[in-house]
Write a protein that binds this ligand. Structure first.
Ligand SMILES: Nc1ncnc2c1ncn2[C@@H]1O[C@H](COP(=O)(O)OP(=O)(O)OP(=O)(O)O)[C@@H](O)[C@H]1O
Ligand SMILES: [Mg+2]
Length: 470
């Protein structure tokens, strides 16, 4: 193969595979090359463009506005020019173009235009700017500094009290903290309390939910941007710099993409950050508190959390138990929220009725303390000139529960040859036993009490129905 043919095929391979649009015209501005990338960018068919002049393809251009025509005339290159236009599908496209003249014969010049698509970067940049402005103008995160302290954490369950003591001890150090707890268990409450009890209390506390932003934006928000890191980006500090000397809460860290997790790990190990596109290492002194509402080992298994990052973050490990495992705290929390909303809503509520109290103890609170607070707030909006919160003040969900705990549901069963009375009764008995065991975490004494039968009798029935602990 001649050297020219080799060059030709190399060139063709580059033109077809390069991540940029390429449009080449001869001295008459007629297209002699138009690659697939450019065709997708501009929404034009390669066949429609080949052999046609620039003004035939883009009739809205003039000799002055077309970079290709300008270069053909001046024979001088135009580098890195920003262009914004609507393609044939009406989508706004942002590109950076370079247009370069090349010699065809001693007197004739053609032009080569290379376009880099920066539409996505532009869109991201816009979002990033809005977010950064919001952050700078409202400054809400920083205002939370004076938010929660350990005094705000209500609970008397032994396990929960241990968690509080452990968190208090954690506030005396600067090590990273990993908090795991289901939604609404108080992770943010603990994180703020740790900050406010630490010697960083007069420095910023900034919280960032990692699930709230797409990866590229989150990276810019956390580490900051430099001018030119992508088109139009300006020098802006990220949260690491803004939280300097203070605490940065990274909520739902398991929603952060793995590449960014790797970057975060590097920052934690080295103690320096680098703004996006920046060249300087900026030392950072920020205490990190990370949270998940998913069991961390599960998150690692499903590849949502890097194991190495987890172990780096998990210097101090706090697990907040779900409300259903510390039902002892429910009356106390209910009292606390009643007091809070007596003030907020100007009511004079004294207590929950017995039925409501019982149903609260039976309910398993998937939304934990937040759900309890919301349910009480909503009921207190319904009460007028009364002092006790009764079933009628609650929404359907909790009302259903109250009714279920007071009455046996209507039975709608027809007996058949196999479905004898004995079978049906046996099944009902088995279901009620399983339910009580479930609700009392398989504590036989408690379950027997609930069912109103003796412990021994329950044990006998468990054997009879072959019920096993899940
Ligand atoms: N032990 C507690 N004492 C008093 N209030 C509590 C307690 N636990 C949680 N709360 C209240 O419940 C609400 C939810 O708490 P928080 O926002 O800290 O939960 P979270 O675990 O961060 O939830 P999520 O995973 O959904 O972000 C808050 O209003 C908080 O004040
Ligand atoms: Mg939270």
């Amino acid at each position: 193969m001649s050297i020219n043919l080799i060059y030709k095929s190399i060139l063709e391979a580059i033109i077809e595979n390069i991540n940029a649009g390429i449009h080449v015209v001869d001295h008459n501005s007629k297209t002699i090359f138009y690659n697939k990338f450019m065709s997708e960018l501009e929404g034009l068919d390669i066949k429609e463009v080949m052999g046609k002049s620039i003004l035939e393809i883009f009739p809205f251009l003039t000799e002055e506005t077309s970079t290709v025509l300008t270069v053909l005339k001046t024979k001088k290159p135009i580098y890195l020019k920003n262009q914004t236009y609507l393609n044939t599908y009406g989508k706004q496209i942002n590109t950076i173009n370079s247009t370069i003249p090349f010699k065809i014969s001693p007197t004739k010049y053609g032009a080569l235009e290379i376009a880099k698509d920066i539409t996505k970067e532009k869109e991201l940049l816009k979002k990033l700017e809005i977010l950064q402005q919001e952050l700078a103008s409202t400054d809400t995160n920083k205002k939370q500094i004076k938010g929660y302290t350990f005094k705000c954490i209500i609970g008397e369950d032994d396990g929960f009290l241990d968690t509080i003591s452990f968190a208090k001890a954690a506030s005396k150090s600067s090590s990273t903290v990993f908090i795991y707890g289901e939604t609404g268990t108080g992770k943010e409450l603990f994180a703020q309390s740790i900050h406010n009890e630490s010697d960083r209390q007069n420095k910023p506390f900034i919280a960032q939910n990692c699930a709230a932003l797409p990866e590229t934006l989150l990276e810019g928000i956390l580490f900051g941007t430099t001018k030119g890191s992508f088109t139009g980006a300006i020098n802006r500090p990220g949260l690491f710099e803004q939280a300097d000397g203070g605490t940065l809460l990274l909520d739902e860290i398991n929603s952060m993409g793995l590449p960014l997790q790797a970057k975060l790990l590097r920052v934690l190990q080295e103690g320096f950050i680098r703004r996006l596109g920046g060249l300087t290492d900026i030392p950072c002194n920020v205490r990190i508190i990370a949270t998940t509402n998913e069991e961390p080992m599960k998150a690692i298994k499903r590849n949502a959390l890097r194991k190495d990052l987890y172990y780096r973050l998990n210097v101090i490990n706090i697990r907040i138990p779900p409300l259903r495992n510390r039902k002892k705290d429910i009356p106390l929390l209910a009292e606390h929220f009643i007091k809070k909303y007596n003030i907020g809503l100007q009511k004079d509520v004294w207590d929950l009725s017995k039925e409501v109290q019982n149903s609260f103890l039976q309910y398993d609170w998937p939304g934990n303390v937040r759900e309890l607070e919301n349910i009480i707030e909503s009921a207190m909006n319904m009460i007028d000139n009364e002092h006790i919160l009764k079933p009628k003040h609650f929404s359907t969900k909790i009302k259903d529960l109250i009714i279920k705990s007071d009455e046996i549901e209507d039975i709608n069963i027809s007996l058949t040859e196999e479905n004898t009375l004995d079978n049906v009764l046996n099944n009902i008995e088995k279901e009620l036993i399983i339910k009580s065991l479930d609700e009392s975490s398989f504590n036989i004494t408690k379950a027997a009490k609930k069912l109103g039968i003796k412990r021994q009798s329950l044990q006998h029935k468990i054997k009879k129905h072959k019920i096993e602990r899940k």
